[in-house]
Ligand binder design. Structure first.
Ligand code: AOF
Ligand code: ZN
Length: 426
């Protein structure tokens, strides 16, 4: 039986080909439409959105710049706590200078009533003449209609400028709003030979300080961080966000712990960020009580003594408005997510050292595949240095990301499970 069909209780799965056409956006850019000035101002709008990456969830981070006669007259970004959308902040700053100006927005202006009224009406009323959009809004309540409304009001709209960069900023939001499940970002800090621990030391501190800082930039982009109980027992980690940019929403620490072996004295309980422990129904009630007494929330899902139903876990996190989930391991957990086709992007942070050892801990454990032909295939979207380490940003063929390199491909390898998508987007 294909793995995906085992989970139909949580929604439905649909073939990869139809998923790809669903995710394809209608804002294919015509590059000649944009000049150097357009690129410069969209870059500015993108950097506003990037700096606010930790401030917008559960909404997308959006940046907006208003330009009149070649000069920036207003700029803004969306922060969830401040309610107003990016365009509203920028238009307020521009005042009368918005008349006849061009607005650069990383995301299509909204046309629906949510916590705020539609931005398109504000843009029209302000007298904006041209709107340059990075990416259409994947929210089904908007999804191209914002652009249509602006065009029918006589505004010139040019969409798709720096679409990749604009897509990366809203990658978790897009996944959650279209599927009900968070974007799953896996991360491993490993040696050149793919090890994360030695036979005698479970946490040999492999990544450089810059590699660790990059790890925190992933914690900034995500709402929850997940580890298996093995990692808690072996490393006793804090699992907090300690990066440079501000983060408004506290990182939800998620522990997969079928039999509730998490020690109540663990360091995860020593700080105010929330802890959510997933276990199976049959887990001992006394342990549950002890963890709840330490402030954890304990939720049971179907599963065995070794393994919990990961789709049930993702569905529960999606219900809690978790847009991005960072899976930090250990090796069994990485295999569990990968082998079920549930990883959307994998960051390998590779330190220039070799640990060796027959009994060293591999980055990905489990049963493994029997041949290269069967193995899960990846495309490397980017590779870059962070200090002495190298980061590979790798997208598996099962990725649901709106910027997955597989979306532009018609040849998806066979034998890889399709991820399951919830039928209820809220
Ligand atoms: C924009 N500009 O800056 C953002 C947008 O409940 P609300 O009113 O805050 O609406 C949230 C939705 O608006 C969100 O799901 C997404 O579709 C869009 N976000 N739109 O025009 C912005 N953050
Ligand atoms: Zn809006």
């Amino acid at each position: 039986m294909p793995i995906a069909s085992a989970y139909t209780g949580y929604g439905f799965s649909f073939p990869r080909s139809s998923r790809r056409s669903l995710l394809k956006q209608s804002d294919e850019p015509i590059e000649t439409m944009f000049d150097a000035a357009d690129r410069k101002f969209m870059k500015k709008a993108l950097s506003l959105a990037e700096k606010g990456l930790g401030m917008a969830s559960p909404n997308p981070s959006v940046g907006c710049v208003i330009v009149n006669a070649g000069r920036i007259v207003g700029q803004g970004r969306h922060e969830y706590a401040r309610v107003d959308h990016a365009e509203v902040h920028a238009l307020r700053q521009a005042g009368e200078l918005a008349r006849g100006a061009t607005a650069y927005v990383t995301l299509e202006p909204c046309c629906h009533h949510g916590r705020t009224p539609p931005c398109v009406h504000r843009v029209i009323e302000a007298g904006i003449r041209r709107v340059v959009v990075g990416r259409t809004d994947p929210n089904p309540a908007v999804s191209g209609r914002g652009i249509e409304i602006l065009r029918s009001a006589g505004i010139q709209v040019d969409a798709g400028l720096m679409k990749e960069e604009a897509g990366r900023i809203i990658e978790p939001f897009a996944c959650r709003i279209t599927s009900g499940l968070p974007l799953v970002i896996s991360k491993v800090g490993m040696s050149l030979d793919g090890k994360i621990g030695t036979a005698r030391n479970a946490d040999p501190s492999i990544s450089s300080p810059e590699g660790k800082e990059f790890g925190h930039s992933l914690r900034l982009r995500t709402d929850a961080l997940l580890v298996g109980v093995g990692t808690v027992l072996a490393d006793n980690p804090l699992l907090t966000y300690r990066g440079k940019l501000p983060k408004a929403r506290p990182l939800l620490r998620v522990i997969l712990d079928p039999m509730l072996q998490t020690p109540p004295a663990s360091r995860v309980f020593e700080n105010p960020s929330p802890v959510l422990v997933f276990c199976r129904d049959a887990a001992p009630g006394a342990c549950r009580q002890q963890l709840e007494d330490r402030g954890a929330e304990v939720v049971s899902v179907p599963g065995s003594e070794d393994e919990l139903d990961l789709v049930a876990v993702l569905a529960e996190l999606g219900k809690r408005d978790v847009l991005g989930l960072l899976v930090e391991g250990g090796s069994r957990i990485h295999w569990a997510f990968l082998s079920r086709g549930l990883v959307d992007v994998f960051y390998f942070i590779i330190a220039p050292l070799v640990l060796g050892g027959n009994d060293a801990v591999p980055s990905v454990g489990g049963r493994g595949y029997d041949s290269a032909a069967e193995a899960l295939k990846f495309r490397i979207r980017k590779s870059f240095h962070v200090g002495p380490d190298i980061v590979l940003e790798a997208y598996p063929s099962c990725s649901r990301s709106i910027i997955s390199p597989w979306l532009s491909s018609d040849t998806v390898p066979s034998g890889v499970p399709d991820p399951v998508t919830s039928s209820d987007p809220k």
